[in-house]
Design a protein around this ligand. Sequence first.
Ligand code: FAD
Length: 263
Amino acid sequence: MEILVCIKRVPDTSENEIEINGSGNDIEREDLVYSVNEWDNYAVEEAIQIRDKVGGSVTVVTVGDEEAEEVLRREMAMGADNGLLLTDDAFENSDGRGVAAILKAAVAKGSYDLILCGAQADGAAAQIGGMLAAMLDYPYASLVNEIEVLGDKALKVGREIEGGNQEVNEIQLPCVLSIQTGINEPRYVGIRGIRKVASVDIPELGASDLGLSPDSVGEAGARVKRVDYFVPETGEGAEMLEGDSEEVAEKLIEMLKARGGIK
Ligand SMILES: Cc1cc2nc3c(=O)[nH]c(=O)nc-3n(C[C@H](O)[C@H](O)[C@H](O)COP(=O)(O)OP(=O)(O)OC[C@H]3O[C@@H](n4cnc5c(N)ncnc54)[C@H](O)[C@@H]3O)c2cc1C
């Protein structure tokens, strides 16, 4: 099975103090520690496990700048066979539709049976998987937490439903799935693995390679414009618990006990 996994390089929230930038329309992105979007790491692990069972290959793709190459290499060190970097000045500040259009053009250049996305990324928009499927006219299942391969024509997929319920569907290939965390246990990526893929060639494609007109994507093509980005004022009656996670957990337990929530 030929599998394409869409991955995004995002700020690592466990490693960074997030602040709003001077223009007030995004977070300050200078000097942040970045890593692969958590959901995408699960998607790559799932793709590797499927390939190891039924054969084929796993390609990881990202839309980003030159620095985004590091997440491709990380996921290749994990076991993905190929990386693909979609990069162009024209792609900067794309909205969700723009990112999906770029990915769609890359899908059209290959021959993939299965396309995996994460359920959401740092913007928590959860747009790309659904938009990509619609643009490709492929069937789509979101919040997938279980996959079984049924020959080369279909998959059985479990979906997490609100309230902890579970739904199971059969979906025809080719299809797009967005993957929920917890579907598997992503393997550890060691320094040796990273070194092994450090000099592997990663092809790059830009707007013209993908047959995209520069004004259809990026800031020029964005039809959703971000106009503000802020941390809401703390509401009345809210109490912010200060301290490291252990201290915060202890204070929370004390508060819940004091209010009869737990004994
Ligand atoms: C400076 C800046 C300006 C922006 N301006 C706008 C704007 O004007 N309007 C607007 O709507 N958005 C804007 N965005 C948001 C940006 O385009 C979002 O990344 C996009 O809308 C997708 O949302 P998301 O990252 O939450 O991805 P989601 O849809 O939550 O991601 C789901 C999955 O899609 C895949 N995916 C997401 N992004 C990528 C990627 N780059 N490459 C490969 N796969 C990917 C991954 O599998 C991911 O798990 C801006 C972002 C920045 C940094």
